[in-house]
Ligand binder design. Structure first.
Ligand code: NAD
Length: 696
């Protein structure tokens, strides 16, 4: 029986064909009288389509039905408003079994996709929203792709320690310039509509309301796949592939060293050896993917994927926050205000200085452009952000975020005056990075609605926000703040007020230890390189410069004053540089000289000379030690949450799965023994925390 399939993007109803309908589990097949069949993917009990084994089995049954009564044209579409399909069902990667079992499952998936590709009738994928990973591979198996404006395509598999595994490695390289195909697969970046069109991924861009006409216009066309030019044929030849592989290997090694990230290197090898030979590529893709699934890197990165999901779950529920007022339009306030406006909230922003407000608006326009918003969306986002020097917005706001300078008295006065003017039911939050919240809450008459919202810099890049509780904060305040963080597309980490909260408590010893090594005469570039080799996205001294040496100093002093255990001395040079205004990136000079937002690193100073054996452990183990202390102090609920917070706030080597996971994989006894040796050699700051005894 024909029944309506209702899906909407914004106000627009999705065009999903009409006519008799047959159900195949996660798919529906509608045949209209004009000879067009619409295969509609609508995963059961899910808001997003993913390509699980069940979805492929159902597709296989749908193909059986098509083969017994072939239409003139087949259209593949998603019924989900958000997009076409988000990729494989990643939970199945965890249950893939051993390498042989994984390869067997992959082969079964390939067979279904091959059957779709081999249908005698022309096939079109109509893509709105995202087509990622397996979703993109499904669209690639069709003869043509029509994109609804705003669609985007990508292979994010490298982020999971994998490469495409359902035919993407050869189908994309066959469709577009293979060099461009490799770049998309190696970087995991996505191509938005305009770029996808320019690359040749899509044949036509249309608006949702014209989908039916666009499909119908293709009725009667012959099935044809080979649209590649001479250039692609040349690039497929052996010598060209070898040359390209050499270049890609060098570039990839810089970004993702093979010993930590084997997947991109496996992909380069696939193309180098088998490029241009589809059958060989297909076999090699399957066995390479199955092999990668068994690596620690993929296992840890898949774990990180689920950690993100766990953080997202903390954000469930309604925040009831539409209007935000931000006090202080400096580095952080400007970013927080712009980000909230970009994410659809109405924001007012106040500062004592008008120049700060003007700069904040300019910064917001840049952030909106970087977020790939259209001109109209940028205009709307900027309309939602109101500079408000007289703080009129404060009285209307559902949430007020204080982002004024890090001075206790100033913040106490400011918070008390905010409370005077705020609505009774408004939440008041502070972005302090080092002041304990109890000392701030005590100035408020209604401390139940007060908590910390600790964003990281830059807000647009670092996904984590610590939602910091203090003893009087109400449950409702905290859960609304968690939901608010989720609503602006960030990840909330509920933590309790503690010196440095969680992230700065764990990170600061690493930054200080690097600083002490500079005092010992080791070159900053060398220290940074050791940390990068471990897998940190950047070295500690570059991080310190980016954060600001003054901010690091302040956090370090706060930790020393408030922790009941020894921590590193602040390096002498750091204090001196801060006193002389050499603050890091923001002042153009810190540890490094900064040009165009990048540190100038004198590679010649990193001459590969032998460094002391313990440099890496001196940098990394203090973080693990502080992490265990935070667990013992119940700063965060558990080790999984802790690992997630450190990965999403600091980029802690994700392929190692987070600090606690790394400690467990390395062996708790080994970590404790090494810390004891370091304490004997370098001082009591390395003394193992009492919490190691309780770590399972
Ligand atoms: P900033 O110095 O860049 O900006 C502070 C702004 O507040 C300035 O524009 C100043 O004019 C304004 N201001 C001062 N007094 C004010 C008042 N009474 N009313 C309104 N505005 C006032 O500082 P920042 O780096 O943005 O830090 C702000 C807060 O965020 C601090 O608590 C800091 O610890 C925290 N934080 C900073 C970072 C970072 O990387 N900079 C990261 C996380 C958290």
């Amino acid at each position: 029986m024909s029944k309506p399939v209702l899906s909407v993007i914004g106000e627009t109803k999705l065009e999903l064909g009409s006519g008799e309908e047959q159900a195949f589990g996660n798919w529906r097949l509608r045949r209209d009288t004009g000879g067009i069949a619409w295969a509609i993917l609508d995963c059961e009990n899910a808001s997003t389509n993913t390509l699980s084994e069940a979805v492929l089995t159902d597709l296989s049954k749908l193909l059986d039905a098509l083969e017994s009564q072939m239409p003139e044209l087949l259209v593949l579409r998603s019924a989900k408003p958000g997009g076409f399909a988000a990729g494989a069902d990643i939970s199945e990667f965890r249950e893939a079994g051993d390498e042989e079992a994984a390869a067997k499952r992959l082969r079964a998936g390939h067979e279904v996709i091959d059957r779709l590709e081999g249908l005698p009738c022309p096939t079109i994928a109509v893509v709105h929203g995202y087509a990622l990973g397996g979703g993109f591979e499904l669209a690639l198996a069709c003869d043509q792709r029509i994109a609804v404006d705003g669609a985007w395509f990508g292979f994010p598999e490298v982020k999971l320690g994998l490469h495409p595994g359902l035919g993407g490695t050869f189908r994309l390289s066959e469709l577009i310039d293979p060099t461009e195909a490799m770049t998309l697969m190696l970087t995991g970046k996505s191509a938005h509509t305009k770029k996808a069109k320019a690359l040749g991924i899509i044949d036509e861009v249309t608006k949702e309301r014209h989908v039916d006409a666009a499909v119908r216009a293709r009725l009667g066309q012959k099935k044809s796949r080979d649209r590649r030019g001479v250039k692609a044929a040349i690039l497929d030849m052996g010598p060209a592939r070898k040359l390209a592989a050499k270049r890609m290997r060098t570039q990839t090694e810089e970004q993702a060293p093979q010993r930590h990230y084997p997947a991109p290197h496996a992909l380069i090898e696939l193309r180098e050896i088998h490029g241009g030979d589809r059958d060989a590529m297909q076999k090699a893709e399957i066995s390479s993917f199955a092999k990668l699934l068994m690596t620690d890197t993929a296992r840890n990165l898949i774990r990180v994927f689920f950690l993100r999901e766990a953080l997202k779950k903390k954000a469930s529920g309604e925040s009831g926050i539409d209007r935000v007022h931000v006090v202080g339009a400096g580095t952080m306030g400007a970013e927080i205000a712009a980000w909230c406006a970009i994410k659809g909230l109405r924001v007012t922003l106040s500062d004592l200085k008008l120049e700060a407000l003007a700069k904040a608006v300019k910064n917001a326009a840049r952030m909106a452009r970087d977020a790939h918003l259209s001109d109209i969306e940028i205009r709307d986002a900027l309309d939602r952000l109101m500079p408000d020097p007289k703080q009129f917005g404060l009285a209307d706001a559902d949430l007020i975020i204080e982002a004024a300078p890090e001075t206790l008295d100033l913040k106490r006065d400011l918070l008390a005056s905010i409370e005077e003017r705020a609505r009774n039911d408004a939440i008041i939050a502070t972005n302090t990075s080092s002041l304990e919240l109890d000392g701030l809450a005590s100035v408020l008459k209604t401390p139940g609605r007060f908590a910390g919202l600790h964003f990281f810099n830059p807000v647009s890049k670092l996904e984590l926000v610590e939602v910091v509780s203090q003893p009087s904060a109400s449950k409702e305040t905290l859960s609304r703040l968690n939901a608010f963080v989720g609503a602006i597309d960030r990840l909330p980490a509920p933590v309790k007020s503690y010196p440095g909260f969680l992230v700065n408590r764990v990170l600061t010893p690493y930054l200080l230890e690097a600083g002490l090594m500079v005092d010992e005469g080791i070159e900053p570039v060398e220290i940074d390189r050791v940390a990068e080799r471990f897998g940190m996205p950047m070295g500690p001294l570059e991080v310190a410069d980016r954060v600001g040496l003054d901010v690091c100093l302040h956090v370090a002093d706060t930790l020393r004053d408030n922790l009941d255990k020894p921590i590193s001395e602040v390096p002498v040079w750091m204090r001196k540089r801060v006193e002389s205004g050499r603050l890091g990136r923001k002042s153009g000079k810190g540890v490094y000289v900064w040009k165009d937002g990048k540190p100038e690193k004198d590679k010649a100073k990193d001459d590969g000379k032998q460094l002391p054996d313990d440099v890496e452990d001196r940098l990394i183990l203090p973080m693990l030690n502080a992490a265990v202390e935070c667990l013992r102090e119940a700063v965060i609920s558990d080790a999984e949450m802790l690992d997630a917070a450190m990965i999403f706030a600091t980029g802690f080597a994700p392929f190692r799965g987070g600090p606690v996971h790394y400690a467990r994989q390395r062996g708790k006894d080994d970590v404790v023994k090494t810390l004891e040796q370091l304490a004997a050699r370098h001082g009591p700051r390395f003394t193992p925390d009492a919490g190691w005894a309780d770590l399972a």
